[in-house]
Design a protein around this ligand. Sequence first.
Ligand SMILES: [Zn+2]
Length: 240
Amino acid sequence: MVLEHRNLLLRSAEPDVLARFSARLHPVELSKGVTLHNPGDTVDLVYFPESALVAGFSETAAGESVATSLIGVEGALGVFEACGSRTAHMRCLVQVTGRAWRMRAGAYRELYDASALLRTAVHKHIEFLLAESRQSVACNAIHPVEGRLSRYILEGLERSRASTTLPLTQEALAHALGVQRTTVAVCVSALQKQGVLRSSRGAIEVTDRSGLEKVSCLCRQALVDARRDIYRTHSESCDA
Ligand SMILES: [Zn+2]
């Protein structure tokens, strides 16, 4: 049986190889607010989002946290750990409810070994996540909240394949950015006045995407460039 997948990593695998694993891929609904992995957890399951959006949080020992990656239809959770230490090193929290495919880590390792195309796609995904994490370090330390907030909203829309509305509360946005909710409220109000978005109960609607791009910090473009560079070439596998 050949299953339909939107997830770009699953779609990268050779169809005949993926078909052999179809019985070991299970559709699940990931609900907003659910934690998939905590630091130190054993990674037994790998998730391939279809419409769900998951944020990876880096935490301090005192419990403060900030989102340093966003994973949606283009990526997966647990794909590195399943082939390595099997230990989670960040907290992965569902930001937007949606569908995903789930697979046990052992089955994923077999799929990874069987599919050269998937291995190449996962390597690119790792490269992009590293670029994003490095950029986030600079962004969180240097850029004003308004620009960071704009970037987070734009990337959330992109990775959940939503057109204009991101179902995130101001509280969830504040948590992701590691700032007070009142700080996000001030920024949202300013962005509303500029006419680039509207905040309604539990959601942000982008009304002027190109305007929001202009308000976003420069890290947005840096990540667009990184993605273009990482995904444009490399037809050869790393195994070659
Ligand atoms: Zn930035």
